[in-house]
Write a protein of this length. Structure first.
Length: 458
């Protein structure tokens, strides 16, 4: 069911306040071409697993069926969180998908071993190399997407169009144009989408944002966001493509480039992959960590439904071999209400400054002036990605928006991307947050998307 423009906009506004409730009616079951051919010939295959959303609220089994797309360094963590939280919420991982068959088989083994230990037997986890075949399964309710940044939009839009709920890693998309299309696909298909900005589920960060929103530091005039610095050098040596990797498909919408291990991910182990520092696949820390910290900056200042009106930035792009994303940077953005957002490099954190005090939050501490602002009962907890995943699974059942909805993630990611564009152009840019375009700047607007290699078009 496609909602009207007016109702989508109303839903957009209420979602940002955490109050939007989605339709409780089951979404339409979409027939693939393969399903249609089977139906036309009178042969209808039985589903692998009857999903909860099809059976309805009073169904004898409300277990959710989940599939994991991308099971590398971050994807394994997301899958493990889904396995653990699924035992409580009522969800089971039934499929994994990766373009590296070694990683896919390891993930399957992890899933089978987990259910053997917890439930006494494996559940028949199936392995896929093509996410589209996985999405053809009518018995899958939702997916986790933990692929490289340049794949997020393609995976996410396809999942939404297939009627799947989505847990997608940050940043939401590589480009702003892709983000707009993903927002539309999610809302048009009435999907639940949770973005992997797990700091939103941390009591520490939630408390800081609530303090600021409650006016405890007075009128906010400045927010300082600090992101870590990328370091190291990528080696561009000629190497054969591993037999286990579908490298051309891994490149996907990005331009053709010669394979080398530093371009993709390690063939042994799960250390940090090189693609995170290569601009064809990622914009670097400005989106990688900026998606976290700028999200918190906007959450605490009540600007989640808008964005800056101008931005200026300077970034360093030293010669580092294959790695070419920014290292250190400094940026300043200004909102229509006068709040300044200052961004730079250092120990990750957010500092809110008002005319009556300030609050500073990092992964390990929260401090304030005056000190009486702090609640002594608040203790430092970890990032609570388990709570974040649990929120997603619970919202799959309730049909409410999770804490990091698609619009919130798109707005936070937009701040990051326009800052990156300002870095690349080296001049002040005027931004129109409602139209989501730069003001009278064709050159800057030309960078709101990028040429996608066929057939991987969004």
């Amino acid at each position: 069911m496609t909602t009207s423009v007016a109702s989508r906009e109303a839903g957009f506004r209420s979602a940002l306040n955490g109050t939007r409730e989605m339709s409780r009616t089951p979404r339409n079951i979409r027939l693939t071409r393969r399903d249609w051919l089977k139906t036309a010939t009178g042969v209808i295959a039985a589903p692998y697993f009857v999903p909860a959303r099809v059976l309805g609220k009073q169904a004898p089994s409300e277990e959710l069926a989940i599939a994991c797309i991308g099971v590398g360094r971050q994807g394994r963590d997301d899958m493990q969180n889904c396995l653990n939280q699924g035992l409580t919420v009522g969800a089971r991982v039934l499929a994994v998908c990766d373009l590296d068959s070694n990683r896919a088989e390891l993930a399957k083994q992890l899933v089978d071993d987990f259910y053997t230990e917890k439930l006494g037997k494996p559940l028949g986890c199936k392995v896929y190399s093509d996410y589209r075949e996985l999405l053809d399964r009518n018995d899958i309710d939702g997916v986790t997407i933990s692929t490289p940044d340049h794949w997020h939009a393609l995976n996410g839009i396809a999942a939404a169009q297939a009627g799947k709920d989505i847990y997608i890693q940050k940043p939401l998309t590589y480009s702003i144009a892709e983000g707009q299309k993903l927002v539309k696909a999610v809302r048009d298909n009435e999907c639940v989408l949770q973005t992997g900005t797990q700091h939103r589920s941390s009591k520490y960060f939630k408390q800081a944002c609530q303090f600021v929103l409650d006016g405890r530091i007075g009128k906010v005039h400045t927010v300082r966001v600090v992101l870590p610095e990328d370091k190291g050098k990528g080696i561009s040596r000629k190497m054969p493509v591993p037999d286990a990797l579908d490298y051309d498909r891994w490149l996907g919408p990005a331009k053709v480039a010669r394979y080398t291990e530093d371009r993709v991910h390690p063939q042994k182990g799960f250390s940090r992959p090189g693609w995170l520092q290569i601009e064809d696949y990622s914009r670097g820390m400005i989106t990688g960590w900026g998606a976290h910290m700028n999200d918190l900056a906007q959450w605490g200042t009540g600007t989640e439904d808008t964005g800056p009106v101008e931005v200026i930035a300077q970034g360093k792009f030293p010669s580092r071999g294959l790695f070419n994303v920014h290292t250190t940077f400094h940026a300043e953005a200004v909102y229509a209400n006068g709040i300044k957002l200052l961004m730079g490099t250092g120990t990750p954190g957010v500092r809110y400054e008002g005319d009556e005090g300030w609050i500073h939050v990092t992964l390990r501490l929260m401090e304030a002036e005056p000190k009486t602002l702090l609640d002594p009962s608040i203790v430092v907890d970890k990032q609570e990605s388990d709570a974040h995943m649990r929120n997603f699974l619970e919202c799959m059942k309730s049909r409410k928006d999770p804490v990091a909805s698609v619009e919130i993630a798109h707005r936070a990611n937009t701040v990051c991307i326009i800052t990156h564009i300002a870095m690349k152009l080296g001049r002040k840019l005027q931004w129109h947050p409602e139209e989501e375009r730069f003001v009278d700047d064709d050159e800057a607007n030309g960078l709101l998307d990028y040429p996608h290699r066929e057939p991987w078009m969004v």
